[in-house]
Write a protein that binds this ligand. Structure first.
Ligand code: HOZ
Length: 427
């Protein structure tokens, strides 16, 4: 049967590259046409054919309080009525910065940008400018946006589409990028022994959301902190995904390990395009205009995005709100596990706050890219399409994390777990 999405996708491909505006949306690794969505409300999406889905993509993370939350919609509408961008400071920027600082004490100064990618590329430049060193170290399967120097053994769409690096990134740009396996402190120690004096920064997703959801081991993050302290390198947490999700204060609050710099995105904009770079005042003050490291942006800190982020974070910070969504996520993950076990399907799971990951594997530990890559890809494809058919929307890739919002309720849980039971029985 041809759906309206099929027709719309065929048309879109005539005009947009691959019919999409971000590569991960293209259904390339699962087959079929992407579903065109026309509405979202709370935990639910409605497609162009009028079919409804419980949503675990949530725009790849930003919608921590669900689709079209009335407080967010009102904040955006009220703000838009006063003008959408001034290219001048507004009170909203200071309000959002203050709120974020209250939740993440490692952040003393903030620079608002427009995406997580921008936050990460600014972090690399700042770390290099501050330390006077050139090398950076990242982890296999971690993804920090489509930044040239960081598109090395990266996760997310790069993994999904099987692109090893990317043409267009000169070798000279990635020459200064070292990589190590995630959660492997010994490998990092060896690299520090060889290159310690020239490493400007270690970039890590403290809860990786770009090779599905894989939390770091606490000793790994503690070890990175120690190595950076000893060598003078900057520890950069990419909390674009884990910020306001792994815990309200991000993974840094969950683990009690505090980075020099933090990259934020997604939830901080509540569904509008925002990113932010925050961190130690002495480091951040190296950015222009107080310092020599240049960084700028016409729409950075624009009022609509600030209003949307503020409304989202104010709601999420109310007592028990985030904790409620975490507890809901736990029940979801336990529900998946119980149903998989009953159906004899090997399934490993991870949860970090309101992020989760499902892995079709009987491996005892899934803690790095190498183990994620060994999961049963074919089974994921069947699971994905079965759930989609049953009205449950997962990302079309085994390398993306799942996300829950505060709007996910009993009805959504029941619908999801009933669907999982049916789908597991057919795998
Ligand atoms: N960082 C996001 C998912 N891994 C981005 C989604 C996208 O690339 O569209």
């Amino acid at each position: 049967m041809t759906t309206r999405s099929d027709t719309l996708f065929a048309e879109a491909r005539e005009h947009l590259v691959g019919g999409v505006n971000s590569a991960v949306r293209a259904f390339r690794s699962v087959g079929g046409s992407p579903v065109f969505m026309r509405r979202g409300e709370g935990a639910w999406l409605e497609d162009e054919d009028g079919k409804h889905y419980v949503d675990y993509v949530l725009s790849y993370g930003p919608l921590a309080i669900g689709h079209a939350h009335p407080e967010v919609v009102k904040a955006i509408a009220d703000t838009a009525a006063q003008g959408t961008s001034f290219g001048a400071p507004t009170v909203l920027e200071t309000e959002l910065a203050t709120l974020v600082k209250g939740l993440m004490p490692a952040i003393e100064r903030i620079r608002m940008v427009n995406s997580g990618t921008e936050a990460c590329l600014s972090a690399v430049r700042l770390a290099r400018g501050f330390t006077g060193r050139d090398r950076i170290l990242k982890f296999r399967g971690n993804y920090h946006g489509h930044v040239d120097a960081l598109l090395v053994e990266a996760g997310s769409g790069v993994l999904t589409l099987g692109i090893p690096g990317s043409p267009g990134v000169p070798a000279a740009v990635t020459e200064m990028t070292l990589t190590a396996p995630y959660n492997d402190l010994e490998a990092v120690q060896a690299l520090f022994q060889d290159y310690g004096d020239s490493i400007a920064a270690v970039l890590v997703e403290p809860v990786s959301g770009n090779m599905n959801c894989v939390p770091a081991n606490p000793e790994f993050l503690q070890g990175l902190r120690r190595l950076c302290d000893d060598s003078g390198a900057m520890l950069v947490f990419d909390e674009v995904m884990s910020g306001f999700r792994a815990a309200l204060g991000g993974a840094q609050a969950l683990y009690g390990v505090y980075p020099d710099l933090t990259c934020l995105g997604k939830v901080i904009g509540g569904g509008l395009p925002v990113g932010a770079l925050g961190g130690r005042a002495d480091v951040m003050e190296h950015l222009a205009p107080t310092g020599p490291v240049y960084q700028a942006g016409t729409l950075s800190g624009n009022p609509l995005a600030m209003a949307s982020g503020l409304a989202t974070l104010r709601n999420l910070s109310r007592p028990d709100v985030h904790a409620g969504a975490e507890a809901w996520t736990r029940r979801l993950v336990e529900g998946f596990r119980a149903r998989a076990q009953a159906a004899g399907i090997p399934l490993a799971t991870h949860q970090a706050g309101t992020m989760f990951g499902l892995f079709f594997t009987d491996a005892p530990v899934v803690d790095r890219f190498e183990t994620v890559a060994q999961c049963d890809a074919e089974r994921f494809v069947q699971f994905f399409h079965g759930m989609l058919e049953a009205g449950v929307y997962f990302a079309p890739s085994a390398f993306e994390a799942g996300f829950v919002s505060t709007a996910h309720d009993e009805a959504a849980l029941q619908h999801t777990l009933d669907a999982a039971e049916q789908v597991f029985s057919r795998l």
